[in-house]
Design a protein around this ligand. Sequence first.
Ligand code: UDP
Length: 305
Amino acid sequence: MVVDNLVYGHRGAVAPSVPFHEISLGDEAAVRSVLEKERIELVMHFAAFCYVGESVTDPLKYYLNNVSATLQLLKAMLAVDVKQFVFSSTCATFGVPDRLPMTEDLPQAPINPYGQTKLDVENVLKALARAYGLSFAAFRYFNAAGAAEDGSIGEDHDPETHLIPLAIDAALGRRPPLRLFGTDYPTPDGTCLRDYVHVDDLSRAHIAVFDRLTKPGTGLFYNLGTGTPNSNREVIRAVERISGRKVPLAEAPRRAGDAPALYADSTLARRELGWKVKFGDIESIVDTAWKWHSTHPKGFGDRNR
Ligand code: UDP
């Protein structure tokens, strides 16, 4: 079953057959009552604000939602003895890595409040595991991307800030030319390198970890990416190949807070969870995103709810 306050989420992204509760995670009493009513044993916590730039200009908004509301959720869970938790963390907890590809044991030094809020929750989880026997897995996603293979569910953000949706919309003429942030990075073509990982591959890791959370006090951390870096220009070329259209471009200065290169070493997830990436190349990921965006010009169509 799904809980969402629909501040950024979409009712249409949840199948009608799935029980749905429109409540805020900060409403501890309401969450507790849903956990009891639905007899929940395990919670997967995806909800958060995730705009890096906004987290710099309005950090309080991020700490209140990403940290405080998560604490309320955890308090509600512990009150009714729900002690298995899967948490959406991020490669942004590492900041600018001193080694690539990035393994789980790298030092974590976030360079923006968004990454810091996720790291704060990781640390809270460690303490709760020790003190109360909470079992948790924290997945550090790299660049979550792509859409359902049949094009029925995909990204719908307002504002949209991510490279693949913006490049697709620019190709379709729905948005102004794509601004390419930074062409002077110390990378082969001067643009940033990122590790795009398909949302279905991410989901599979969540399901694979269930069996490992049965022992009280377990704390697991996994970096989830394909391990293949793609530059911004490579992503744009992939959009052009898949769409058969040009992506109109405007070269722009670097965006504040962007690390030059971020890509994962997911050996641990492969070894311990048997995690296998199905969408291993950028074209297969862009292909699913193209199917969604080209057929859903208004996303889920509920923007002004
Ligand atoms: N990017 C860009 N133009 C845009 C949006 C993103 O050049 O309009 C670049 C961004 O600077 C970064 C990469 O694309 O190097 C991926 O950015 P995105 O926001 O998709 O994900 P992030 O890596 O910030 O999580």
